[in-house]
Design a protein around this ligand. Structure first.
Ligand code: MG
Length: 369
């Protein structure tokens, strides 16, 4: 079997709001073969830039566009193709947009391999530890602690057993921050997980201050308190924080996660459509497990990302948690026709070969740039 063409489909809502919402614009990758089998992947990044990374012509060595690299190759050698793409883009790549683009190709290759072998992707990744994955939903903090409490009650009503609050007013005032977290904790009730995402708004000292006040509230993790590049700060914070520290939604490649784990991160959060695909996500969760840490997918874009994250978590012995996006965007709700639903706080892992998803061609036609 050989790859005959690679499509990079840019889908975009007519109006993009400048908020932290990755469901407004996405790059869908389709890899076609001479056997008539097509693999589907997704890139969650700057779609215009990543589309260009696919479509760029061949250049000097290690400066190629991805589609040109893939055409003519055997799609079943997923690992070999990851290293080939990484190596042949690394004059301009190694991290950032080039790895984001490789993520989409890698997810599509895993989907294709599963379809060719007649197996769901989780089996190819190492087998099934579960048939559904516990979900958590992410909310922006409300404008007031009362509003935050109301959001937590909404999550409870949806059947969720875990929820995360972040960004918005958080990080500006210690007592207001804690009032918000207390309101969320109270409304979430006993036995439900509550996480806090600081959106890179703190310093080591201000993060520690908050972590010490949040620890008695049983907060499951404090996410991205510091800049994504302040690795020295994370090392300092992780050694002292009484609340587990989470980060890594912007991290890429196995070397990036190896570094985060060495710095002491308690929870790493690879996004399969950013980090280098399922190939990297699996390497990251294996390293985390070996070091006694957790890996929990960051997942806030479309049903393609969700399905890939579910297969990844199904294959992890200790991977029973996935971020579930509740945004109303049709790119999240409708692009995948058989979007894995939220059922009693869990999400079923698709069982058909590959990722087990089908794209809605009408949605593609409506939102294609
Ligand atoms: Mg986050």
């Amino acid at each position: 079997m050989k790859i005959v063409s690679v499509e990079a489909l840019h889908l975009r809502l007519p109006n993009i709001e400048e908020i932290a919402d990755g469901t407004q614009d996405v790059l869908i990758i389709r890899i076609h073969t001479d056997a008539g089998i097509t693999g589907i992947g997704e890139v969650s990044s700057q779609s215009y830039v990543c589309k260009a990374i696919f479509e760029a012509p061949r250049s000097a060595e290690r400066r190629h566009g991805l589609a040109n690299l893939l055409v003519g190759r055997d799609p079943l050698d997923v690992d070999g193709l990851w290293h080939y793409m990484y190596h042949q883009t690394n004059r301009y790549g190694r991290r950032g947009a080039a790895i984001h683009a490789i993520s989409g190709a890698d997810i599509a290759l895993w989907d294709l391999r599963g379809k060719a072998l007649g197996k769901p992707v989780y089996e190819l990744l190492g087998g099934a530890h579960r048939t559904s994955v516990r979900a958590y939903a992410s909310y922006l903090f409300g404008n007031t602690p009362e509003e935050t409490g109301a959001l937590a009650r909404e999550a409870v009503d949806l059947g969720l057993t875990a929820m995360k609050f972040g960004w918005g007013p958080f990080g500006k005032n210690l007592s207001t921050d804690i009032a918000h977290v207390e309101a969320a904790r109270r409304a979430a009730g006993e036995g439900r997980g509550v996480m806090v995402d600081a959106g890179c708004s703190l310093t080591v000292a201000s993060a520690l201050e908050r972590a010490r006040l949040m620890a008695p509230l049983g907060i499951a993790w404090l996410e991205e308190p510091l800049s994504q590049d302040d690795l020295k700060g994370y090392a300092e914070l992780c050694g002292q924080s009484p609340v587990p520290i989470a980060a890594g939604e912007g991290e890429a490649t196995r070397w990036g996660f190896e570094d985060l784990i060495e710095r002491g991160l308690h929870v790493i959060q690879p996004d399969v459509a950013i980090c280098g695909g399922l190939t990297v996500a699996r390497q990251a969760s294996e390293m985390a497990r070996a070091a006694g840490r957790r890996a929990v997918p960051h997942c806030f874009s479309t049903g393609v990302n969700l399905a890939a994250s579910l297969h990844w978590m199904a294959s992890c012995a200790d991977g029973d948690l996935v971020e579930y996006c509740l945004r109303p965007s049709p790119l999240m709700r409708k692009l995948v026709r058989n979007l894995p639903p939220l059922e009693s706080g869990r999400v079923p892992v698709p069982q058909a070969p590959g990722l087990g998803i089908e794209l809605d061609e009408d949605v593609i036609a409506e939102f294609r740039v």
